[in-house]
Write a protein of this length. Structure first.
Lengths: 288, 160
């Protein structure tokens, strides 16, 4: 039988998770969790709702970077001016998830811990070198976002742990990010491929840092390590974009499904990588 | 199984109910409180027929547990008209025949109202994207979008 608790502190939430008999699930927006519970795909004995914990929802600036509470809704993320200016790629990725109604509830922590290979916000967060702060019985630990999802529907979190907040680093000068996804419609669909790019340029427009992360082309988001070599030390010319495209395609290990074949996904990954890099490059160049 | 005692505000009225933890807000609205204007379409957050606002935020009531309503302010379609006075959106939907079977209509009205509360002068693209989570399988969307545009103009005129 399902039980529900809405703790009002991180410690209380950890105690509830650690003390649960059976399966405890963390509820933030619930836009994935409730569907899975209702369909019977997921069985839970205890729901731990994190939204009553002070600070779990909300965005603040700290040390030049941003801290986004784990239970902050997509709508709040989209409405925050400073965050959208500093991290437009993360905001556009988070805001691509579902409808206006879904945005009213869906959260970064939920998107990450649902561990769908096609999660939109995850490639953008990883490209940004975002970390998450995890609370558990042994205290808190901070890990890179890419350390969380280990496969479709699976995470590295222990049963007594949950994500408290995301930390976005301070932005270097002339740096920006972008996220693009491809879906067959214009709204309300799951990524065939997603591509997040974060890069920095020098005053002459030469890339000094670059990170490309792809979604929906492997069991978890893929960091395209060869993308750095493709872009760094170059302006974003056709040579650089060609090398990026090739690196993106080489990193894909997708499946065939109703949304796209393997060959199609690989091709689209290269195209989206180019386009996302072009947007991020333009944004970075416009910054002082 | 222990039931939760929930105190909340629905359409401006203090409301209490008892519910089991697995029940959604939509379950309680319809089956417990008999506010049956919110509809169950897909139960997975795709169709928007169950749209309500919670503390002013548009959500699917099928994707929210009823226990989460504690202390929140909820608005449903039942609170949209003031007595006999229809909301301009409701009137425009009737005048422009922006519905056929009507199943999606409460959700679309609530979603459209949430848009106009934020943006009194949305363009057609903004309306279409905002309402992308509200599916209508009868009329097509043109009449719906036109009704929203005209209601918005009417409301701007009324507040000018």
């Amino acid at each position: 039988m399902l039980a529900y608790t809405a703790p009002t502190s991180v410690e209380e939430a950890v105690r509830a998770l650690a003390g649960a008999s059976g399966t405890a699930k963390v509820l933030s927006g619930g836009t994935d969790l409730l569907v899975q519970l209702r369909s019977g795909r997921l069985k839970a004995d205890l729901i731990v709702d994190t939204k009553r914990i002070p600070g779990l929802a909300g965005i603040r600036q700290e040390g030049g970077g941003f801290v986004v509470g784990a239970a902050t809704s997509g709508a709040e993320i989209g409405e925050h001016e400073g965050l959208g200016e500093a991290w437009p790629g993360i905001v556009e990725a988070a805001n691509l998830i579902g409808s206006t109604q879904i945005q009213g509830r869906a959260t970064l922590a939920g998107n990450l811990c649902n561990a769908s290979p096609a999660a939109d916000s995850v490639p953008a967060l990883i490209a940004a070198r975002a970390t998450c702060v995890i609370a558990g019985s042994n205290g808190r630990r901070e890990v890179p976002v890419e350390a969380i999802a280990t496969g479709p529907g699976r995470t590295s979190l222990r049963p007594d742990e949950f994500i408290v907040e995301f930390r976005l680093p301070k932005r270097p000068a002339r740096s920006a990010d972008a996220y693009l996804r491809f879906i067959p419609r214009t709204e309300m669909d799951i990524a065939v491929v997603g591509a997040g790019v974060n890069l920095a340029v020098d005053p002459a427009g030469v890339c000094t840092e670059a990170r490309l992360v792809l979604g929906a082309v492997a069991p978890t988001a893929v960091i395209v390590s060869a993308a750095e070599a493709a872009l760094v030390g170059r302006k974003l010319d056709e040579t650089a974009l060609g090398a990026l495209d090739k690196a993106a395609r080489a990193a894909c290990k997708p499946i065939d499904d109703k949304r796209g074949t393997i060959a199609y996904r690989v091709k689209v990954a290269g195209v989206l990588a180019r386009r996302a890099a072009t947007i991020a490059y333009k944004r970075a160049g416009e910054r002082r | 199984m222990s039931k939760h005692h929930v105190t909340t505000t629905i359409n401006g009225e203090a409301t209490e109910f008892l519910c089991e933890p697995q029940l959604t807000m939509l379950d309680v609205l319809r089956d417990e409180l008999h506010l049956t204007g919110s509809k169950e379409g897909c139960s997975s957050g795709d169709c928007g027929a169950c749209s309500i606002t919670v503390d002013g935020r548009l959500v699917c009531s099928c994707l929210m547990l009823a226990v989460e309503a504690e202390g929140r302010k909820i608005e449903t379609i039942e609170g949209m008209a003031k007595g006999d006075q229809l909301h301009p959106l409701q009137r425009q939907f009737l005048e422009q025949a922006a519905l056929q079977c009507g199943f999606c209509t409460p959700g679309i009205l609530i979603a459209a109202k949430a848009l106009l509360d934020r943006n009194p002068d949305p363009n057609e693209t903004e309306i279409r994207y905002w309402l992308a989570g509200n599916l209508c399988r009868c009329t097509g969307y043109d009449k719906i979008v036109r009704a929203v545009v005209d209601a918005a103009a009417e409301m701007r005129g009324a507040s000018a």
